[in-house]
Design a protein around this ligand. Structure first.
Ligand code: SIN
Length: 531
């Protein structure tokens, strides 16, 4: 089996992985592995922007307070403060790498700042309505210019190699499938960083790319790291509802600029659910309101209407959304957009400290796969790209500090044989059927509104699928869908088990038997550990 050696192994090629590679480029050889093409990340799909205090009437205190309020009482305050206060420096990093944020048309010396739900001030920097794509493309360009950074596409990490199989211990590298040459390979490294993004694909409807299968969380869990707060899955209120549109988000920035929600009868309804903030209430409030309206009216979608604003403005401010909707026959300058909620962001994940370090000292987790304490029970809009950026900076500082000790580590060859990897013998329909089942179970029984009965129902079914996988497809298979099925099954189980433990409604977790109360009583963090 081929064995490759690298100093730093980064798994995932979104904003977290790429920005970290750029920060560590002088330390040694950096390898970024990505299971599809480098740009196929959640970062690329982010539309809204990146939150940062910049406006004259804004302050760090306001941004901190908004983050804590939306997080519903369980954010880590020191993490929130670190992220909010370091945001301007991190934005400078992006600008220095070449990202060109939109300027204010009325004052070209300043950036244009947009508004999103839960923010008390305009503070979202953006590049049109394709901020994530602009950032991703710029960072890929910069990374490709650096000799020390290698981006390897179509490499799927299926196992972290640890010194001791039965307790959390030093990471030696990763066991990887080369999906082009259809063979297993090993990467040995001194530090491994998980930047694998979220797990929206666990749900039937999601705004996430196909790559969002929670691989990093499954890898860290199997290596013995703590996984925290998995019950907090954020559903975005407005994804395009169209039979041919797959996971297309209609950015919250539309509501920030004045778009309103209408039910099937063409009537506004948000005032009934949040009389003050209405369409700009936090995401969980808007999502539950839509869910309620759909259940009440039996309609399949609600509508987002921005057509009262001038057409030229809409086309200029939201070019990507305008063009994409037009492709599906919807002219957003004159028609309301059919929308439904969809799984969007996982607030929980691999438990890390303020340096992005997991329970294993040479394993880091950054971005959506991590649970840093920033988001608590619910994420404030446009805080996710910011978190990834701030924690890649934190991790870079820590890794640099540890480097003298880390660089002395000898590459150790693990005892894994090529024959440990198997081929799928049965028809692939067994795998795809289980994929569909998991996603439907999660949507129907562990979605926007949950009950204990639904969650119990879900766990029994997930257990069944888990056992079937264990009996029929144990170990490692040379097949992307099979290995991803294993990841989504682990993540689905963690979400449902965490949800069953949180006997209250808080943030994105709404349990019918325990509606929202002023007094919250559950412990802050619900943690799972494999061993
Ligand atoms: C959006 O543009 O609505 C998404 C922004 C986010 O998820 O933070």
């Amino acid at each position: 089996m081929d064995v490759f050696k690298t100093d730093i192994l980064i798994i995932g090629s979104g904003i977290a992985g790429l920005s970290l590679a750029l920060k560590l480029k002088d330390l040694g050889e950096i390898t970024i592995l990505t299971k599809k093409r480098a740009f196929e990340t959640s970062t690329s799909l982010a539309q809204g922007g990146i939150a940062c205090v910049m406006g004259d009437n804004d302050s760090f205190e306001f941004h901190i307070q908004d983050t804590l309020t939306v997080g519903d009482g369980i954010c880590k305050k020191e993490v929130v403060e670190m992220v909010v206060k370091s945001a301007p420096e991190r934005i400078k990093d992006l600008i220095n790498w070449g990202v060109k944020f939109d300027k204010d048309p009325e004052n070209p010396k300043k950036f244009h700042l947009t508004l999103e739900g839960g923010h008390s001030r305009r503070r979202i920097l953006h590049v049109g309505d394709y901020t994530g794509r602009a950032i991703e493309n710029t960072l890929i360009e910069r990374a490709l210019e650096v000799e020390n950074i290698k981006i390897l596409e179509n490499f799927l990490v299926v196992k972290l190699i640890t010194e001791d199989l039965f307790k959390p211990s030093k990471i030696l590298g990763a066991f990887v499938l080369d999906l082009i040459h259809v063979k297993p390979v090993i990467f040995l490294a001194k530090v491994v960083v998980l930047c694998t993004g979220g797990a929206g694909k666990v749900y039937l409807y999601t705004s996430n790319p196909d790559t969002a299968t929670g691989d990093g969380i499954a890898l860290a869990y199997q290596a013995g790291c703590r996984i925290a707060n998995m019950e907090f899955v954020q559903f975005h209120p407005t994804c395009l509802y169209h039979p041919k549109a797959k996971n297309f988000l209609i950015s919250e920035a539309l509501r920030g600029e004045g778009a309103v929600l209408l039910n099937a009868e063409g009537k506004r309804f948000m005032h009934k659910y949040d009389p003050v903030k209405k369409e700009l209430a936090p995401r969980d409030v808007v999502t539950r309101a839509i869910d309620m309206e759909l259940k009440k009216t039996g309609a399949e979608c609600v509508y987002l209407d921005i057509s009262h604003l001038p057409s030229d403005y809409i086309r200029k401010r939201f070019p990507y959304i305008y063009e994409t909707c037009l492709k599906y026959g919807i002219d957003i300058t004159s028609q309301p957009i059919p929308v439904v909620p969809a799984a969007h962001y996982l607030c929980g994940g691999i438990y890390t400290n303020i340096w992005g370090q997991t329970d294993i000292s040479n394993l880091f987790a950054i971005g959506e796969c991590a649970c840093t304490g920033l988001h608590g029970g619910n994420r404030l809009a446009s805080n996710s790209l910011l978190e990834a950026l701030c924690f890649s900076h934190q991790a870079s500082l820590k890794i640099k500090k540890m480097w003298n000790e880390l660089k002395e580590l000898k590459f150790k060859q693990p005892l894994i044989k090529e024959t440990a990897v198997k081929e799928i013998k049965e028809e692939k329909v067994f795998i795809s059927h289980n994929w569909d089942l998991i996603r439907k179970i999660m949507w129907d029984f562990a979605g926007i509104v949950r009950s204990l009965k639904m969650l119990e129902f879900a766990i029994k079914r997930i257990e069944f699928i888990k056992n079937e996988i264990k009996e029929n497809w144990p170990g490692i298979y040379l097949d992307l869908d099979t290995m991803e099925l294993k990841s989504i099954t682990i993540v689905a189980e963690l979400i449902v088990r965490s949800a069953l433990q949180r006997l209250e409604s808080r943030g994105t977790h709404y349990l019918i038997e325990y509606p929202f109360k002023k007094e919250k009583y559950q412990k802050d963090t619900i943690i799972f550990k494999n061993f």
